[in-house]
Design a protein around this ligand. Structure first.
Ligand code: ATP
Ligand code: FE
Length: 347
């Protein structure tokens, strides 16, 4: 089917058109410059920008795909979880288009969009294991169907992307910190500062990253006190120590998650941190050791986009599921509805 997707749950306004698994257009309008001065996403500013941009975004997506609204079979829109003002802007746009044209509306869980992306890009078959690892999320999901997700564990505090960003801030590197920390780490000696690996000795797939940042802060302050500042080498060594600790945690917990899901056919990652070369290499090794395919979708489809929303909508449509005009916008919406009291699942 021909599906229009709309995404506005965080700081990217996005629209895309898919014909089955073919991406006809994929428009993403970021808001980074609007939030840059505040050191984080400001919900009110985000909501206003989504409301202002979403119509234009949809127009560009249709134009880019070379289709008219009348040809569209379904309108898929992110209905949560996320910043409520932004989610509302997208949901209202989707409802308006649906009401005006009679085209069916399909509400999509943003996290389901991320989790189903390996099916869009690689046609990965169920069941598979998914590691969602971004600026705001870190969780293992067992994916058995388009609406069947089991959360196997996740961070109990910070998400790794957030930890990369804080590390960069601590060491005076630019934001977003991940790529800068990775570059510095390439020249560093990871063994010079032994950082903790929290929860590694505990069973299960839960992870913790906030202790790393504290240990890093202490190591940095120790050096500053001893010699008045950091050299390039110190900085590189701290970055290498941090990256190697994060990599070790993600790798070991991935190994355990795969052990707990022996029947999966693949191991997929999504989220900005999946761009990290050291992390990717470690996870590839873990998947190979268990003889499952490792899938890392192209970065533009790992981070927030509407193609994944259109695809998740198409899967719901295929299952015969559409929504009415009373579709709610939800700030929280756990994927795994069997464990609603989720700790540290991000939003
Ligand atoms: P979410 O999608 O959970 O709402 P987000 O929009 O912040 O959060 P993404 O856009 O998926 O997440 O990823 C951004 C994060 O990925 C940032 O924290 C960034 O530092 C991190 N990141 C990007 N590239 C790298 C890299 N090469 N190494 C490590 N981290 C990286
Ligand atoms: Fe996201």
């Amino acid at each position: 089917p021909l599906v229009l997707g709309i995404e506005s749950s965080c700081d990217d306004t996005a629209a895309a058109v898919l014909r089955d698994r073919e991406i006809l257009s994929n428009v993403v309008m970021g808001q980074a410059e609007l939030h840059a001065a505040y050191g984080g996403v400001v919900p009110e500013i985000a909501a206003r920008a989504h409301a202002e941009k979403v119509d234009l975004c949809v127009e560009q997506a249709l134009e880019g795909a070379g289709v008219s609204l009348g040809e569209i079979d379904a309108i898929a829109v992110t209905a949560g979880p996320g910043l409520i003002g932004g989610v509302l802007a997208g949901v209202m746009c989707g409802k308006g288009l649906s009401a005006a044209t009679g085209i069916p509306l399909v509400g999509v869980n943003h996290l389901a969009g991320h989790a189903l992306t390996p099916r869009l890009t690689e046609g990965l078959e169920f069941p598979y294991l998914m590691l969602l690892v971004s600026g705001g999320h870190c969780q293992f999901l067992r994916v058995d169907g388009p609406e069947s997700f089991t959360r196997m564990g996740g961070t109990i505090d910070d998400a790794p992307g957030e930890a990369f960003d804080k590390t960069a801030r601590l060491l005076g590197l630019p934001q977003p910190g991940g790529p800068h920390v990775e570059r510095a780490a390439e020249r560093g000696n990871a063994g010079r500062f032994p950082l903790p690996r929290p929860l590694l000795d505990r069973p299960g797939c839960d992870m913790s990253f906030s202790g790393l940042k504290t240990a890093l802060l202490r190591a940095r302050d120790g050096m500053v006190a001893a010699k008045g500042g950091l050299t390039e080498t110190d900085r590189a060594d701290l970055c290498a120590a941090f990256q190697s600790a994060v990599t070790a945690i993600l790798a070991e917990k991935s190994r355990r998650a795969l052990e707990a899901a022996p029947d999966v056919t693949g191991f997929a990652v999504a989220g900005g941190v999946a761009a990290n070369g050291a992390v990717r290499a470690a996870l590839t090794g873990i998947a190979e050791a268990r003889n499952v395919a490792f899938v890392a979708p192209p970065l533009a489809l790992c981070t927030d986009n509407a193609a994944m929303i259109a695809y998740a909508g198409a899967e719901r449509l295929k299952a015969g599921k559409t929504d009415d005009l009373d579709l709610p916008a939800r700030p929280r919406w756990p994927l795994d509805t069997r464990s609603p009291a989720l700790l540290g699942s991000g939003r």
